[in-house]
Design a protein around this ligand. Structure first.
Ligand code: MN3
Length: 196
């Protein structure tokens, strides 16, 4: 049985960058539906007692388990996304993630450029990520639809949802404006630091 974690902030805490109305739908409807669908697909399933991470890793790349993978990965990605943001976040990082961004990505401005390019360049639905790659270096990447770095042996550090449901009520088609608000005002660098 998979459960939906509580949001780590109140629904109006991210305004004006993400509205409470968006969170009503994004958390209350979309994330919730992925949880309900995952539980339905797990009924009588051999993986029903496994953790969410184990379910994702076991079903990745298995064409007979696409529905379970997609829903389980979306549950995980969304929980990671809520933790990736906070009220009065964003701007330049501090701590070890700042040092690692300097060493591995060439500095904060390069990170912003790469993260924006990943988010804008994801055609259709998907996610932009800061991950730690197999060589232990930070890297910016993107995934399509429900796909997640967990399925590729990469360690997620931070994510930005670029599905239209993440921003359409607030920004309509202006994905770059949503990304700007996200990067400058919402990124939870404390969470990123806790992941490396
Ligand atoms: Mn979403």
């Amino acid at each position: 049985m998979i459960t939906i974690p509580e949001l780590p902030f109140t629904k109006d805490a991210l305004e004006p960058y993400i509205s409470s109305k968006t969170l009503d739908f994004h958390y209350g409807k979309h994330h919730n539906a992925y949880v309900a669908n995952t539980n339905k697909l797990l009924e009588n399933h051999v993986l029903r007692d496994k953790t969410l991470e184990e379910i994702i890793e076991s079903t990745a790349g298995d064409s007979s388990q696409v529905g379970l993978f997609n829903n389980a990965a979306q549950v995980w990605n969304h929980t990671f996304y809520w933790n990736s943001i906070k009220p009065k976040g964003g701007g330049k990082p501090t701590g070890k993630v700042a040092d690692r961004i300097n060493d591995d990505l060439g500095g904060y401005d390069k990170f912003v450029e790469a993260f924006q390019t990943a988010g804008a360049g994801q055609f259709g639905s998907g996610w932009a990520w800061l991950v730690e790659n197999k060589d232990g270096k930070l890297e910016v990447t993107k995934t399509a639809n429900a796909d997640t770095p967990l399925a590729h042996g990469l360690k997620p550090v931070l994510t930005m949802d670029v599905w239209e449901h993440a921003y359409y009520l607030d920004y309509q088609n202006r994905r770059p404006d949503y990304m700007k608000g996200f990067i400058e005002n919402l990124i939870n660098w404390d969470f990123a630091n806790s992941n490396i």
